[in-house]
Design a protein around this ligand. Structure first.
Ligand code: GLA
Length: 720
């Protein structure tokens, strides 16, 4: 990257992506401001902003000299000064292959601090990232008390906020509300899993109640795996002030002389095509720049967890491998329960940390399992939870000083009554965690996949290694990043899933080292429609692990039809989470067909553009969505009935994202009906499908004794 421009007296700065523009003011000696973020402006339209009465706001408001306005940054100087006065001293811009990187440096005339606000554009994907570097240029320590990544003023109007909330087994639920006056704070303090109870992303719809495929929407995603805050503050000004960054609560960040704090990046995206438009931007950007192997198709897998839980043994694994191979699967993942010598892992109360195979369960070790997988013509994957230990483990007996623990206090235990979090801030722990993966992959180079779990939050805020206890969150995640960098440098090709008690690590700060995330421990198909809907706001199908499981479901005990479970699962990264031994031959045959059908459309699902159509949250009795290739020559359409009432009438299934001029042939996938749909094999123009849609029967036409209230359709559209 070469410095192309250094603008010493720059004032108006225009950042462009293909469909969006951000306008900043950075006049030397004055506070940097943001004037505009929205639809792409034409070459002469920047002047129009002022003529139209648009007003600028502080770009990165600082505390102390601005009345009651909320700050993005605040700090305490060595002499006790609480105020900051940030004035632009330099602006520089550099090109990179898909855009520009801009930095605005501001200094304080009184206090020894330099603040650099960065902006990086991703032109083709319509993403602008921002982050900050704050340097203590003085001789003594100073302490940051707030250090957000960025601030975005959004003009008040009929502005709505969509955020994701949840809990274990109910992640990624959509919450939609008008952005009202006052404070809306979304905050996560879990420490290790930051997308269970809330997500570090939000959609801001500027034209009233959010629509999927129309209206102006700004999306934002904080790329940080640790504690965060999204702050939406609406005071007596004309703006909603949006802030996002690391949560500063109980984490004052002390900067030594000359030290720099670098914030995580905050990614913005603007679209005039509704929520789905912003999602498409994030998905394309994520697949290309953030997700590991975002351009490689994912294998169809069977994971052992819901099938056998801790009951791992060699013949059992062999049987599961044989079964998934016979259904057309490509990978088998052995979940929890395979390790522990002195303390064999029989349940969740022991053994984490002792990553040595339990030979009583698996006499041939991992090597034998890898060979078995090879014999079945599939690949082998394995579960680990490397950041954790149990007090009942050889690791803890050897290294009690490696766990997070508050000074002078007893351990606070998590899962199984004995689980503890290792101190990722400690370089010895980092080496050890690297060594777990390194050991497995050196001894068994044919391991293709790792499920990396994290099932406990930071319950005891204290490091036995880090002196500055207030730095714990940042130190933990820096250590995590360092370790993952090492793993990826040595093992760039292995597939790694981020799991954290289900969907606790669906976050763009975590995913660069991971290929996908486990969406939720709840695999109930009905609930998954809601969770996957929300999760898809920011994360693409290729990253969203979505498995066919048994009924009654192990979390909600609901019984749904196998067809329905398959039709939901194949809208994400398809897998199975079931004991195939307990399936009938007919069920296996159906899954064989589903897997074959999925493989045929896998590139459309995993690399396509999402168009969400009818939201399950709108309570219309059904939900629908589709993926369309960027060439618009193929699409996969999903329609799921989510409530069953007698005499219920559904609208025709209208589509989106197709080329109106192209002609598409329709073919139903995962079909169970005795007679084909009227549209089967027929051709329709994209215009017809988007204007009129298809009339889909509200139940599947099957034998009376097979009828169920769970009806659904998956249609594959190909251009003639
Ligand atoms: C967590 C994960 C599950 C499974 C178990 C194993 O709950 O989310 O998928 O791996 O741990 O203990």
């Amino acid at each position: 990257m070469n410095a192309l421009v250094t603008l010493l007296l720059a004032s108006t700065i225009i950042l462009n992506t293909n469909n969006s523009t951000m306008v900043l003011n950075a006049e030397t000696g004055r506070e940097a401001q943001i004037l505009y973020y929205g639809a792409a402006l034409g070459p002469n339209e920047t002047a129009a902003l002022e003529d139209a009465g648009f007003r600028a706001s502080s770009l990165y408001p600082a505390f102390g000299l601005r009345g009651a306005a909320e700050p993005a940054v605040s700090m305490i100087q060595a002499d006790g000064n609480l105020t900051l006065d940030l004035r632009v001293s330099e602006v520089s811009a550099q090109k990179w292959q898909n855009g520009e990187v801009l930095s605005i440096t501001s200094c304080d005339p009184v206090c020894p601090v330099t603040v650099k606000n960065f902006f990086k554009t991703y032109e083709a994907e319509n993403i602008i990232e921002t982050w900050v570097e704050i340097t203590n240029t003085g001789k003594k320590e100073s302490t940051l008390t707030r250090y957000y990544s960025g601030h975005l003023p959004v003009r008040v109007g009929d502005v709505w906020l969509s955020t994701l909330y949840g809990t274990w087994a109910n992640e990624g639920r959509v919450c939609e509300e008008p952005l009202a006056r006052g404070l809306k704070l979304i905050k996560n303090m879990d420490g290790t899993r930051n997308s269970h109870t809330s997500h570090a992303e939000a959609m801001i719809s500027l034209d009233g109640k959010p629509c999927e495929n129309s209206g102006r929407v700004i999306g934002l995603a904080l790329e940080w795996g640790g504690n965060y805050e999204l702050r939406f503050q609406t005071n007596d000004s004309d703006f909603h002030h949006v802030f996002a960054g690391i949560c500063p609560d109980n984490a004052p960040y002390t900067l030594a002389k000359g030290e720099t704090f670098k914030s995580p990046a905050l990614a913005y995206s603007y679209s005039g095509e509704g929520l789905s438009g912003v999602s498409r931007n994030f998905h394309r950007w994520g697949r290309k720049y953030r997700l590991a192997h975002g351009d490689i198709e994912r294998k169809v897998l069977l994971n052992s967890w819901e099938g056998v839980y801790f009951d791992i043994n060699e013949p059992g694994m062999d049987q599961m491998m044989g079964d998934i191979a016979s259904m057309g699967g490509e990978l088998f993942v052995m979940d929890d329960g395979w390790f522990g010598v002195k303390y064999p892992r029989k349940n969740d109360s022991s053994s984490l940390g002792d990553w040595e195979v339990d030979r009583t369960k698996l006499p041939g070790g991992i090597g034998a399992l890898v060979k078995m997988a090879d014999g079945h013509g599939i690949r082998f994957g394995i579960w680990i939870e490397p950041e954790m230990t149990n007090s009942v483990s050889e690791l803890y007996e050897k290294h009690p000083e490696w766990v997070l623990k508050a000074p002078g206090r007893e351990n606070v235990y998590g899962r199984g009554g004995t689980q503890l979090v290792l101190d990722m801030a400690n370089p010895q722990v980092q080496d050890y965690v690297f060594g777990i993966v390194d050991g497995l992959l050196t001894q068994n180079p044919r391991i293709d996949y790792i499920k990396w779990d994290a099932n406990m939050n930071i319950s005891a805020y204290g490091s036995q290694y880090t002196k500055d206890q207030a730095r714990l969150d940042v130190a933990y995640w820096d250590g995590f990043a360092r370790t993952c960098d090492r793993i990826r440098a040595k093992y760039p090709d292995v597939t790694i899933q981020a799991c954290a008690s289900g969907g606790g690590r669906a976050n763009w700060g975590v995913l660069p080292w991971f290929d996908e995330f486990w969406t939720s421990d709840n695999t109930d198909a009905l609930q998954r429609i809601y969770m996957q809907w929300g999760t898809s706001y920011f994360f693409p199908a290729i990253a969203m692990a979505s498995h066919i499981s048994a009924t009654p479901n192990h979390t909600v005990f609901r019984t749904t039809s196998l067809k329905f479970r398959c039709d939901v699962a194949c809208s994400g990264r398809l897998g199975m989470e079931i004991q195939p031994k307990n399936m009938t031959d007919a069920e296996k045959d159906f899954c064989r067909k589903v897997i074959a059908d999925y493989k045929g459309v896998r590139p459309v699902v995993q690399f396509g553009d999402i168009y969400r159509l009818t939201s399950p949250y709108d309570n219309k009795g059904f939900a629908s969505m589709m993926y369309v290739t960027s060439e618009k020559d193929k699409a996969v359409f999903y329609w799921w009935k989510i409530a069953n009432f007698y005499d219920q009438h559904f609208p025709r299934a209208v589509m989106a994202g197709l080329d109106p001029e192209k002609t598409y042939r329709v073919h139903e996938l995962n079909r169970i009906d005795i007679t084909p749909l009227p549209c089967e094999g027929k051709c329709f123009s994209g215009r017809f499908l988007m204007e009129n849609g298809l009339d889909l029967p509200s139940s599947n036409n099957v034998d009376y004794n097979m009828k169920s209230d769970w009806s659904s359709r998956v249609l594959y559209l190909t251009v003639e």
